[in-house]
Each structure stands twice: as structure tokens, then as C-alpha cells.
Design a protein around this ligand. Structure first.
Ligand code: PXL
Length: 283
């Protein structure tokens, strides 16, 4: 029997609104992966479209968390970072990567900071530069097209996109340092939406698409990133993993659209888990 995989997930906890840890933890756990969490902040809701949310920054706790985990000699098959509570956390998490990197584990950075052409209101433009530095330490990064533009220092372009533009963005992103890049929010027309993958060692570009459903559904980047990591740790290739994650995310959006749920409330990914586990060949 294969040894159980363990992930360190470094994201915030948004109490309501299904994103970050309230998405990563159930998805990775359902996929059979032990998930240790290092919360970067605790909020009553995420910041996307809500006002009046509480915000407790946990920057002070991160180094003590890291020291304690190190004293326990913990090892992780992957480290998965997402939303940070402060600028200083970028440096702290970079130190965490250095401390817990091994020759075979995977550092996946989702550079959560922007969407739809705009930086999230709580971040300053400096944050994007700091995030770029953190991406240098990653094995794989998972930006959306807004985050990608900020990382490569180019203006954001609205879709639909062309394969030439997407290949240019993938290649510029990989020059930052990560061996593999998965770019989300890629579409050529209004029928399909998905992700593009790039592996610098092989030079291969791949695509994974599913039906495009109109509307901006909150938390889908985290659903996608968590499913992608779950598939990679279950032994699927980069492109297979992207397709599994696209299918899971699209099915979850489809169900949420049918239910006419408030777009800020997150997607119904829970009821896509059985299908996801079949795609992962777990059941
Ligand atoms: O899903 C990204 C995300 C995570 N965490 C918090 C957010 C957002 C996006 O707005 O506000 C707190």
C-alpha cells in the first residue's frame, strides 16, 4: 500500500463564502491526502463583494507554527500557498519553503491577489512584486490571467484570447522560475473555458476546457488549485490533472448556476466530490 501523502496548506480561513482553507481542506482530504493547515488570516467572509467582514491577521503566528512543525520533524509531499494576510507573510512563507523543501516535494503557489483585471482592494502594487519573488521558489504556479499580467509586468488583456498570447504568457511566467505553469481563465470563444499548462523541461503546452458558464463565481480558483494538487499527488500528469480540475470546477459552477445561488457564496463543489473521486480513480 502506498504511503499517505501530506500537504501543508497555507491560506486564510474565510468563515463564510467557500474559498481558501474551507475549500482546500475538504477537497484534499476527500482525495485521501492528509492536510495540515497554516492559516494566514481569519475573516468572517472573503473580501469579494462583501462589506463589514472581520479580519484577523495571523502574521505573528506563522513563524511559531513553522518552528513547532520543524521541531516535530514533519515532512510534506507538497506545500500549497494561496491568500496571504499581509505583505510580511510573503517573506515568512518563503522561509517556510526553504525550511521544508526536499528533493522530491512539490511547492505549488497560487499567487492569489487579483481577478477580472484588478488587484484585490486589500493589496498594494508592491504586493505583486513580492508575489513574483515568492513564485521564483515554486515548482508550479497557478495564476489566473490578471495575476499572470501582474507577475510578468504587462497590462491585463481581456478575453477571448489567442493561442499565441497564451503561449507568450506561459513562457514569460516560466522565466520567473517555476518548472510548470497552469494558467486559468483561458478561452478562445464563449463556448468553452479552462486552463493552459506549460512544462519548461519538455516545452509542451496543453489545454483543458469545459463548457463556459457566464458569471463570476467566487472561490473557483481555490477549487481548481486544490483539485489540481489532489490529482498531481494521486499520480496524474500535469495535463490530466488540469483536465480533472477543470471538470470538477465546471461541474460545481454548473450546479451553482442552476440553483441560482448568490455568486459571492461560492460554488457547490461538495456534490461534485463523488464524480471527482471517480476521475481520480479512487472509487
Ligand atoms: O479566493 C481567493 C480569496 C481567498 N481569501 C480571501 C479572499 C479571496 C478573494 O477575494 O478575499 C480572504
Amino acid at each position: 500500500m502506498q504511503k499517505q501523502k501530506r500537504v501543508a496548506a497555507i491560506h486564510d480561513i474565510s468563515g463564510f463564502g467557500k474559498c481558501s482553507l474551507t475549500v482546500a481542506l475538504p477537497i484534499l482530504s476527500a482525495a485521501g491526502i492528509e492536510t495540515s493547515v497554516m492559516p494566514t488570516a481569519v475573516l468572517s467572509t472573503h473580501t469579494g463583494g462583501f462589506t463589514g467582514y472581520t479580519y484577523r491577521d495571523l502574521t505573528e503566528d506563522l513563524i511559531p507554527f513553522e518552528k513547532h512543525w520543524k521541531s516535530l520533524n514533519l515532512a510534506f509531499d507538497a506545500i500549497y500557498s494561496g491568500f496571504f494576510g499581509s505583505f510580511e507573510q510573503l517573506d515568512i512563507v518563503s522561509g517556510f519553503f526553504a525550511d521544508f523543501k526536499t528533493k522530491d516535494n512539490l511547492i505549488l503557489v497560487d499567487p492569489v491577489m487579483a481577478d477580472n483585471g484588478v488587484l484585490y482592494s486589500i493589496f498594494t502594487p508592491d504586493f505583486a512584486l513580492g508575489m513574483r519573488d515568492l513564485c521564483r521558489k515554486a515548482d508550479i504556479i497557478v495564476p489566473n490571467l490578471t495575476e499572470a499580467a501582474l507577475l510578468i509586468g504587462e497590462p491585463y488583456k481581456e478575453g477571448p484570447y489567442t493561442p499565441e498570447y497564451i503561449k507568450h504568457v506561459l513562457s514569460e511566467l516560466s522565466k520567473i522560475g517555476p518548472k510548470q505553469v497552469v494558467l486559468t481563465g483561458v478561452y478562445w470563444n464563449e463556448k468553452e473555458l479552462g486552463a493552459a499548462t506549460y512544462d519548461r523541461t519538455t516545452g509542451v503546452v496543453g489545454y483543458a476546457f469545459a463548457e463556459k458558464i457566464p458569471g463570476y463565481y467566487h472561490g473557483t480558483g481555490d477549487v481548481f488549485g486544490s483539485a489540481l494538487l489532489a490529482a498531481l499527488l494521486n499520480g496524474f500528469s500535469l495535463n490530466e490533472s488540469a483536465q480533472i480540475a477543470v471538470n470538477f470546477t465546471a461541474e460545481s459552477i454548473g450546479r451553482t448556476a442552476e440553483a441560482k445561488t448568490d455568486l459571492r457564496f461560492g460554488v457547490n463543489f461538495e456534490q461534485s466530490i463523488p464524480h471527482f473521486l471517480k476521475d481520480l480513480k479512487i472509487i
